[in-house]
Structure formats: structure tokens, C-alpha cells
Design a protein around this ligand. Structure first.
Ligand SMILES: NC(=O)c1ccc[n+]([C@@H]2O[C@H](COP(=O)([O-])OP(=O)(O)OC[C@H]3O[C@@H](n4cnc5c(N)ncnc54)[C@H](OP(=O)(O)O)[C@@H]3O)[C@@H](O)[C@H]2O)c1
Length: 351
């Protein structure tokens, strides 16, 4: 059984796989979402508390913008509201490690959905309209998240998208205030470049503000296509940086690359076209298929197991099942033990 993950060097231990709730309240209906949340917190988490080490909490991840894009006219908050209803039952709040994010709400949704009944928003337009990380925006966003989540504090609050138009000092001082006020225990950043992260850390050091302890980036077994330059996807430079910074935990979102390790989903999937396809991905898929067959698990389970084995840097994979069936299909990964030879085969594959 995989052991717990410490969040940075905070002493807070977590179940080694986090549960993403992005689709809860939109694609995933309320009763199915509640089943997954109940199972993760009541059936999976206790397995890690019983190991004799420090008790581990299950991390539940959401954001204030989830998931406006899943229904025309949506403006976000569906996931937080559903979680708020679920968390309001006695005793639940203290049994989870609750993480949410601000800054990626869309300030003006006018025109983002395009004309007619188009099912997909215009992402290029939307990305240009993030509300950002200004002082008042952050304060209002945090209070709104706390209201929707029906709690008086968050365990982890992330800046969801880096905002270069607001001075970092303004953002960091505001975040430090959240911690001082007891509204937030720990801070994190997401979708941010390595050099910005280093600057954030230097400013926190200089001003005595709390350092971020979590970095949430897109991370899976496939590697981004050479030259892609996407600030959100983990690359070799970030891994190297994190090896030197074990007080910062890498939380890997989209660990299943939207499910493409399932052979039936690979052909023509948008995420491959957008970020991964090419000879390196072909070699990585071949390695996953070979080792999965050897171990006797699905390629999807194998990829999660590989992520759970990462220790330099440590990785906390953040799954995002849309259905109960998908959630249940990922759980066996927690019990997979890979041999050194299998890990070497996977690590060495590529073009
Ligand atoms: N910080 C950020 O910017 C950011 C961005 C994205 C996500 N996140 C967080 O990370 C979490 C996970 O991200 P993600 O949803 O992109 O993760 P993911 O696990 O890579 O993708 C989830 C999708 O994979 C498919 N899937 C899940 N389990 C499967 C299984 N066992 N077999 C086959 N397919 C499976 C489903 O696709 P279908 O729906 O097509 O069936 C599901 O919607 C989110 O819930 C959210 O909390 C953060």
C-alpha cells in the first residue's frame, strides 16, 4: 500500500491521491458525487490513518470557477455549492483537507459562449478575462468560496492562474492576511512558471509572508511535446527545481490526461493533439501497455501507480473522475507495487 504524503514540510499528512471535484454539480449528478465523496473519505482515507504513522486527511480539490463552461449560461460555483451541502453534515468538515482556488473566474461572460447554441465556450476569449489576483478580487472571491463551501476556513487556497498584471506584492500580502485572519491554513499556486515561483518565494522570504506549500500543475506520464512551452504542464526544469524544494508539494492535475491511457480513447483525443502527440508519446504509450500487461492492471491504473511511486519530487496525483465507475476503476492503483525494473522501463521510455 502506498504511504501518506506530507504537504510540503508542514507536518500535515494526506492520503496520497487527491480527489478533484471539478465536474461535481455539473457533469456528475449530486447523488453520484456524494457517493464518491463518502467513499473517498469514509472508505479510502481510513486505510491510511491505520498505518501507525500520522493520521492522513483526504484532500478534496475544487475552485470557484468550476465548472462554468459545462453548461451554457453557467458562471461557476456549482462544485463549491455541492461540496458545501455535502460538508454541512455534522463531523464532515474536520475529516477532509479542503482546497479551493480563486483568480480564474471569468470577469465578463458576454460573448464567451458565442452565437446560437454552440456547446463550447470560446476559451481564447475567456482566458483573456480572468478576474486575476488583485487585493479586492481575492478578498471577495475567498469570502464567496467560504460561503458556498459553508465553512469558516480553507485548508489550502490557491492562486489558480498566475496574474502578471497585478504586482506580486499586492497578491502575496493579501494572501498572507488570509492566513493571519485564520481563513486559510496554507497557500498554493497553480499554472505558474518556475521563475515566477522562485520570485514568489523570494518575496515571501523577504517580507515574512507564508510560503506556498503546494504547486498545482498539469502532470501525467506523457510528456508535453517538445517546444510546446505551456506554462501549466510540468517539464523537466520544474521537476529539477522541486527536487531542491521539498517544502513545496507538486499536486498533479489531469494525471490521466483526460482518460487517454484507456486504449479506446486514444485515437484523435483533443488532449493528445493539443499537448502530447508525437514519437515520445508513442514510446510512452508502448511502455505503459507493456508494463500494465506485466503487472496485470489497466494502463490507466498503471499511470496512477507510476505517479504514486514518484519521490523526487514527491507527487500528489489529483484525479477527476466524472462517474462512480471511473472513480472505482482508479482505486486499485493505490495497491500496486512496481518493481525497480518496471519503474526503470517506464522512466526510460521516450523518443
Ligand atoms: N489547476 C488547474 O488549472 C486544474 C485544471 C484542471 C483540473 N484541475 C483539478 O484536477 C482534477 C482532475 O483533473 P482532470 O479532471 O483533468 O483529471 P483527469 O483524471 O486527467 O481527467 C478526468 C477525465 O478522465 C476520464 N477518466 C477518469 N477516470 C477514468 C478511468 N478510470 N478510465 C477512463 N477514463 C477516465 C474522464 O473523461 P470523460 O469525461 O471523457 O469520460 C474524466 O472526465 C479536477 O477535478 C480539478 O480538481 C485543476
Amino acid at each position: 500500500m502506498t504511504t501518506t504524503r506530507e504537504l510540503g514540510r508542514t507536518g500535515q499528512h494526506l492520503v496520497p491521491m487527491a480527489l478533484g471535484c471539478m465536474l461535481m454539480g455539473t457533469d456528475t449528478p449530486e447523488d453520484e458525487s456524494r457517493w464518491i465523496l463518502d467513499h473517498f473519505t469514509s472508505e479510502v482515507a481510513p486505510r491510511f490513518a491505520a498505518e501507525g504513522g500520522p493520521a492522513a486527511l483526504p484532500m478534496i480539490d475544487t475552485a470557484d470557477c468550476y465548472a462554468w463552461w459545462r453548461h451554457r449560461g453557467g458562471s461557476g460555483g456549482d462544485s463549491e455549492e455541492l461540496l458545501g451541502r455535502w460538508l454541512s453534515a455534522p463531523g464532515r468538515r474536520d475529516r477532509v483537507f479542503l482546497a479551493t482556488k480563486g483568480t480564474a473566474l471569468i470577469g465578463d461572460l458576454d460573448g464567451v459562449w458565442g452565437p446560437g447554441e454552440s456547446a463550447e465556450p470560446d476559451w481564447a476569449l475567456a482566458r483573456g478575462r480572468f478576474v486575476g489576483a488583485g487585493r479586492q478580487i481575492l478578498r471577495d472571491s475567498l469570502d464567496a468560496s467560504l460561503r458556498r463551501l459553508r465553512t469558516d476556513h480553507l485548508d489550502l487556497y490557491y492562486v489558480h492562474v498566475d496574474d502578471r498584471s497585478t504586482p506580486l506584492e499586492e497578491t502575496l500580502e493579501t494572501l498572507a492576511g488570509f492566513v493571519a485572519d485564520g481563513k486559510v491554513r496554507y497557500l498554493g499556486w497553480s499554472n505558474v512558471r518556475v521563475w515566477r515561483m522562485e520570485r514568489i518565494r523570494a518575496l515571501c522570504e523577504k517580507h515574512g509572508w507564508p510560503q506556498p506549500v503546494a504547486l498545482q500543475q498539469q502532470h501525467t506520464y506523457l510528456r508535453p511535446r517538445a517546444g510546446l512551452g505551456n506554462a501549466s504542464i510540468v517539464e523537466a526544469e520544474l521537476l529539477d527545481y522541486l527536487r531542491e524544494r521539498d517544502d513545496l508539494t507538486l499536486v498533479g492535475y489531469s494525471p490521466l490526461a483526460k482518460g487517454v491511457y484507456a486504449p479506446a480513447k486514444r485515437a484523435g483525443h483533443w488532449i493528445l493533439d493539443e499537448s502530447y502527440s508525437g514519437p515520445d508519446a508513442d514510446a510512452r504509450f508502448a511502455a505503459v501497455d507493456a508494463v500494465a500487461a506485466e503487472v496485470g492492471v489497466t494502463p490507466t491504473q498503471l499511470v496512477l501507480a507510476w505517479l504514486l511511486h514518484q519521490d523526487r519530487p514527491r507527487v500528489l496525483p489529483l484525479i477527476g473522475p466524472r462517474t462512480r465507475e471511473q472513480y472505482e476503476a482508479t482505486l486499485p492503483a493505490l495497491g500496486v507495487r512496481l518493481t525497480d525494473a518496471q519503474r526503470a522501463h517506464l522512466d526510460g521510455a521516450g523518443a
